[in-house]
Design a protein around this ligand. Structure first.
Ligand SMILES: Cc1cc2nc3c(=O)[nH]c(=O)nc-3n(C[C@H](O)[C@H](O)[C@H](O)COP(=O)(O)O)c2cc1C
Ligand code: SF4
Ligand code: SF4
Length: 408
């Protein structure tokens, strides 16, 4: 089996079960540990209990990595018994004592609402940091992701300054403890935030996709989700992958744990190939359950085996060549495919005369006569018709043409 060990942070694999109901209190942390992730972030206290995720169209589609989104705030919202630092510390101790020693326990410190409420929250956060470390936290996680940042946006906090000062403050308080800084991709420039976190002494940064959103069924009164922050879904992964790759391109080599919309092994692999060292699993743990996370971890390793990646190091950033290609090369590569589209005719015996090709062509490049399609001089090679042809009568080996551009 491919080796998933992440050497830099001594993790058995790159997966982090993210702060959520699946990591609330010691019992849930221990339940989540059954999938044997590299790390688990214990959710900070004061959130309340219950409150599931609304998933559309279904949890099953989500697990298969198909287009799906989720949002919180459904179900009963009960007050949490873990509602003070003392009780939180008991949970941290219990979790660390019973957790397999090779799984890291990241513990969330602070809560955005503390800032909103005012008072001496800095003193509280420092105390919390010291005490969770004494209670057994392997690392501290600071949450500067949405919904917190959405609140910040509304209150005009200086986000980047907050990221810098809080990270620095906690780093100075517990200098020997890794600080994981979870960052928003909404309302902010994540690259600037990464820079602030790095300068302030963060050990790792976790660009994380959750958005404010307004979704409803057409039968809007029946809609379960609540407008506001806390939306995510499969659409997040390419967006966060861009941020990760962009940060790598700009020279940041800090460990990253990208998060958002990772529900199947291929999304996890793409995150790592885009340059992330680790990957968060949040809604999957809540909605797909720990068995789904276990399957995802196994499937990742299986895919790596089948594709000749023997370890994480060989996989990480492997797609960055694609991200970093020059405009000139990108254009030449695109033209190769365009040339193939332009010069390839219809395979007549496969054509059923459905006219879909003609329907999408805006250059009069193809016409259907007597229920057979024919290319014309007008074809510029845009490729639309090749994508809609249902029978393969219009076919070029796209993957081969594109990949050969790199090989040559
Ligand atoms: C129900 C639910 C509750 C969450 N609560 C928190 C939280 O308390 N603190 C936090 O930093 N992130 C929280 N998150 C965000 C997740 O930890 C994760 O970073 C985010 O959902 C993106 O990953 P995902 O798309 O895999 O869920 C929550 C997510 C869900 C689904
Ligand atoms: S879309 Fe394909 S099958 Fe349909 S008419 Fe065009 S070439 Fe023929
Ligand atoms: S490749 Fe584009 S321009 Fe050429 S026939 Fe097809 S749709 Fe028309």
């Amino acid at each position: 089996m491919a080796d998933l060990y992440y050497e830099k942070l001594d993790m058995i694999n790159p997966f982090v079960i993210a702060s959520s109901p699946a990591t609330r209190g010691a019992d849930n942390v221990l339940k989540s540990a059954k999938c044997r992730p590299g790390a688990i972030t214990m959710r900070n206290f004061g959130h309340g209990m219950g409150g599931g995720s609304f998933i559309s169209p279904s949890a099953d589609a989500m697990y298969r990595g198909q287009q799906a989104f989720h949002s919180h705030a459904v179900g009963r919202q009960l007050s949490d018994s873990v509602d003070s630092l003392d009780k939180y510390l008991e949970e941290v101790k219990k979790a660390r004592k019973n957790l397999d020693s090779d799984i890291k326990l990241w513990v969330s410190v602070g809560h955005y609402n503390d800032i909103v409420k005012g008072g001496d929250w800095r003193k509280e956060w420092k105390r919390e940091a010291r005490e969770v470390v004494n209670a057994g936290a392997d690392a501290i996680e600071l949450h500067f992701n949405t919904p917190g940042v959405a609140i910040a946006g509304d209150r005009s906090f200086n986000y980047y300054n907050l990221v810098y000062t809080c990270t620095k403050m906690i780093h100075e308080e517990v200098p020997n403890t890794p600080i994981m800084v979870k960052l928003a991709v909404e309302c902010t420039d994540t690259i600037t935030a990464i820079k602030e976190a790095v300068t302030a002494g963060a050990t790792a940064v976790g660009p994380t996709a959750r958005w404010k959103a307004f979704y409803f069924d057409l039968d809007w009164k029946r809609t379960e989700a609540r407008p506001g922050a806390g939306y995510g879904g499969t659409q997040a992964e390419p967006i966060v992958s861009f941020i990760v790759a962009d940060a790598r391109k700009k020279g940041f080599d800090i460990p990253m744990y990208a998060g958002g919309g990772c529900f199947s092994y291929d999304q996890a692999i793409r995150y790592i190939m885009a340059g992330s060292d680790m990957v968060q699993l949040g809604a999957l743990a809540c909605a797909g359950g720990i068995s789904s996370c276990e399957r995802l971890i196994k499937d990742t390793s299986k895919w790596m085996d089948e594709h000749g990646y023997k370890d994480l190091k060989s996989l990480k950033g492997d797609a960055l060549t694609l991200f970093n290609m020059s405009d000139e090369f990108a254009k030449a590569r695109q033209n190769r495919l365009g040339d193939a589209y332009q010069s390839t005719g219809v395979i007549e015996d496969r054509c059923i005369g459905c006219s879909r090709c003609e329907d999408v062509c805006f250059y009069k490049g193809i016409e259907v006569k007597d229920r057979k399609a024919h290319k014309t001089e007008g074809c510029i090679g845009c490729g639309y018709c090749f994508q809609v042809c249902p029978t393969g009568a219009l076919f070029v080996d796209k993957g081969k043409i594109l990949s050969e551009a790199f090989e040559n």
